[in-house]
Write a protein that binds this ligand. Structure first.
Ligand code: AMP
Ligand code: MG
Length: 343
């Protein structure tokens, strides 16, 4: 960050037994049109009163997020979905019974009470109920749905702990609630219920296979193509990222690439699974987790990528993962930040 614009207060709150006085204070800031960063089970969110257009405008300003990328509204009870939406398909109740609170965001026709700025001008709205006691109590005491994108500067990696938020937003938000590390480290699945068959716009914490058990056929948006919802918008973090796809000879291809790039006198990093950590020399090696435990890999992905930026690495070579279940989510996030895919 450059110059500090304001004093940001950091609250330490235990996410298992949250101190309600601090949460009430943060909620009153939200009510007055302020912005508060808070933990959810997926990543940290940058929250404002979702029914207050002016407050939501601050989110876009603080994040430097383009106005046409819509925000997700967070609610503290399943029933609130129906105040915010119109023409809800019958499958909705079963979905929220099974997956809420949790990392499933539903896109539905929006009701009139939602300001245009929240939906980036679209006539649909994205809603979810987070599975984190700090988030739920913050919404409860603010008595309003909280609009919240990830609490990072636009174009960067989503924050999975309060320090990431402090690094990006100290001095430009009112309060940062430090509730420890998030559980999943990946954002929610965004499911569009306004089209038939229903469509996953962004893979995330709730897996396709579990949605299929309830919905039968569903489509998945192509993560290599842009769409009007901006779910596949690409980013450009500081380090250039090259993904080497999971194919035969993958590690060998990565090793050759390291050797080639080192000659350009750039600082090279690789991000690999545990099993391959000893395969590389002359570069900074970071491990996302064991290949057998992709949940851990997903949890560590963003913080590991961020740490390359902190260490001023120029180029990161990432070990691609098989695009299945959590592997699909990891590859979707890598796809968004990559400059090049090597097959
Ligand atoms: P983030 O705020 O970074 O977690 O991203 C929220 C995601 O939800 C973005 O990828 C948006 O494109 C998507 N989203 C939010 N609102 C809508 C909507 N009304 N229709 C479709 N996608 C949406
Ligand atoms: Mg984000």
């Amino acid at each position: 960050m450059g110059k500090k614009l304001k004093e940001t207060i950091v609250f330490q709150i235990n996410s298992k037994i949250p101190q309600l006085t601090k949460i009430r204070k943060a909620a009153s800031v939200i009510k007055q049109g302020g912005v508060v960063a808070f933990p959810t089970e997926t990543v940290y969110g940058l929250g404002a009163d979702g029914l207050n257009a002016k407050a939501c405008a601050r989110i876009f300003l603080v994040k430097k997020r383009p106005a046409n990328v819509p925000l997700i509204l967070h609610v503290d009870g399943k029933e609130h979905l129906f105040d915010l939406t119109d023409k809800v398909p019958r499958e909705t109740e079963e979905l929220i019974d099974k997956f809420w609170p949790g990392p499933l965001t539903l896109v539905l026709h929006k009701s009139r009470i939602i300001p245009q700025i929240v939906t980036g001008g679209l006539n649909t709205v994205a809603v979810r109920m987070p599975d984190n006691l700090i988030a739920l109590n913050l919404i409860k005491y603010a008595q309003t749905p909280i609009a919240a994108p990830s609490a990072n500067l636009f174009g960067g990696h989503s924050p999975t702990c309060a320090q990431h938020v402090i690094d990006d937003l100290d001095g430009s938000v009112d309060i940062i609630i430090d509730g420890g590390k998030t559980n999943l480290g990946m954002e929610s699945t965004v499911l569009d219920l306004t089209v038939k068959p229903f469509k996953i716009l962004r893979p995330g914490g709730v897996l396709e296979r579990d949605l299929k058990k309830i919905l039968g056929k569903i489509k998945i948006a192509d993560s290599t193509k842009k769409n009007k919802y901006r779910t596949n918008m690409s980013f450009s973090p500081s380090a250039k990222i090259i993904v080497v796809e999971k194919t035969k000879g993958q590690i060998n291809k990565m090793q050759k690439l390291v050797l080639k790039l080192i000659k350009s006198e750039k600082k090279i990093g690789v991000i690999v699974t545990e099993e391959n950590k000893n395969e590389f020399n002359n570069c900074l090696v970071k491990v996302m987790g064991p290949e057998k435990d992709l949940k851990t890999c997903a949890l560590n992905l963003f913080s590991t990528l961020r740490s390359f930026d902190k260490e001023k690495i120029d180029i990161v070579i990432a070990q691609g993962i098989k695009r299945k279940d959590i592997g699909l989510v990891i590859m979707n996030r890598l796809q968004k930040v990559t400059n090049k895919n090597i097959k």
